[in-house]
Design a protein around this ligand. Structure first.
Ligand code: 7TS
Length: 428
């Protein structure tokens, strides 16, 4: 049964107008997200698992629906009207997304399934032909598994060596150590724009400058950067930037790899199939230009259109305003949570994005997640696909509340109250 917020939780009135950082009208923004009106376990939904995936505004849902109702056809192949319309919509989506990250050319944006696929494409397409024994790949201690395992596979296959930049107890990268790890054997540096656990924002511009001095290229995992920060790939100075649509208020199954044109142009395809060729004989094939060379088979057409609608939606407010609002909310969350008895906040780097990981004395993260769920509060618990980071902080798992610009101070308050209940239930 779907019930309204007001019926279920009159004690938590959504006084979202209180939180006006960045000048956002969050009350009105919340109405754009249909799912935020639903109840969970007879409570109003408090969705604090945005680092795993974000909710979708109505305009995204409608853009996908409209595509299937009006334009659906395969792209880049038909002369018929629907195919032309679908192709136009898909390529227009690419252009809008390129503008969103200030890519010099829209052809530098490749549609893929998401950050994970983008990372694997760079590992195979860029590094494999260039890396051998003695070459080095640098990652950091705060990476998501998707920015660790592809590089381990690469090293296994080529004999290259993986180097890891350490982090301090606040979750800040050791830049001195990074500098000393770089050398003329460094092929590529792979680093998260923002950590999915600590929220730390890494100094990509500086890291790119250092790497370029040694002729290394920089791949940025932007899965947690793009949803929270304005992204200007030219300003960042990196060589590749990847992000996932579903963490950016768009659909699942679509993501983007941006790369410098010259680098992409010099890369071999990762997957073979239809669309990515120039010509095929039974003996051999030649390949299409970028980006088509990397988009074998029928792509996720409606996904690209949905992601473009998400970007249009974000542009209504501007990422600067979104970041300013989230900064205030994060500060409030840190203040409130720091007062909770027995809590340990993990990740306290200055300038972090709105992700708060925590451990509670004597409470298993799984119990924390389950008890909060009884209150309608969705948080993530577990290793967050960052097991090396868990080891770094000496825990097998953590709980994590991750906020988007539709979250409110009331929801932070509800989280704090919910954590209080955990102690009651567990008898702490
Ligand atoms: N990189 C980072 C920093 C991430 O946070 C994630 C997903 C990925 C890569 C992989 O993205 P995908 O869209 O290709 O799967 N992070 C999380 C998370 O923190 N909780 O669930 C998924």
């Amino acid at each position: 049964m779907t019930v309204t917020v007001a019926q279920q939780r009159p004690m938590i009135s959504p006084q979202v107008g209180q939180t006006t950082g960045g000048g956002l009208d969050v009350e009105s923004i919340r109405r754009d997200f249909p799912i935020l009106g639903r109840a969970v376990r007879d409570r109003r939904l408090i969705y604090l698992d945005n680092a795993a995936t974000t909710q979708k505004p109505r305009s995204v849902i409608e853009a996908i629906e409209r595509f299937y109702e009006e334009d659906n056809a395969n792209i880049h192949r038909g002369v018929h009207l629907l195919s032309q319309q679908a192709t136009f919509a898909y390529e227009r989506a690419r252009g809008r997304i390129a503008t969103f990250i200030n890519a010099p050319e829209s052809s530098e944006c490749i549609f893929l399934r998401g950050t994970t696929e983008a990372t694997n494409l760079v590992a195979h397409g860029y590094c494999r032909p260039r890396c051998g024994p003695g070459d080095e790949i640098i990652i950091t201690h705060m990476e998501h598994h998707s920015n660790i395992v592809p590089w381990q596979l690469l090293c296994e296959a080529t004999g290259a060596t993986l180097r890891v930049v350490p982090i301090d107890d606040e979750g800040v990268l050791d830049l001195k150590e990074y500098e000393s790890l770089l050398n003329d054997k460094t092929c590529l540096v792979a680093v998260a724009h923002a950590s999915n656990v600590l929220g730390t924002v890494n100094p990509i511009r500086q890291m790119s400058e250092f790497a370029h001095r040694h002729g290394a290229v920089v791949f940025v995992d932007g899965a947690q950067g793009a949803p929270h920060l304005p992204v200007d790939v030219q300003e960042l100075g990196c060589d590749f930037y990847a992000f996932s649509g579903h963490k950016l208020f768009g659909p699942t199954g679509i993501g983007v790899l941006w790369g410098q044109h010259a680098l992409l142009d010099d890369m071999s395809p990762y997957e073979g199939g239809g669309s990515m060729i120039q010509s095929v004989t039974l003996e051999s094939s030649t390949y299409a230009d970028v980006p088509t060379r990397f988009e074998a088979g029928t792509p996720d057409i409606s996904g690209a259109i949905g992601l473009s609608a998400a970007v249009d939606y974000l542009n209504r407010f501007g990422m600067e305003a979104i970041a300013a609002y989230e900064d205030e909310l994060l500060e409030y969350a840190h203040q409130r949570l720091a007062d909770v008895d027995g809590i340990r906040l993990i990740g306290t780097a200055p300038g972090k994005v709105s992700v708060v990981a925590f451990a509670l004395a004597d409470a298993h993260p799984h119990d924390i997640g389950t008890i909060l769920d009884m209150e309608g509060i969705a948080v993530r618990t577990g290793h967050h696909c960052a097991q090396p980071l868990m080891s770094r902080f000496g825990v097998p798992a953590m709980a994590r509340a991750s906020f988007a610009f539709y979250n409110t101070r009331d929801e932070v308050d509800a989280l704090v109250t919910g954590i209080g209940k955990i102690r009651e239930v567990l008898g702490g």
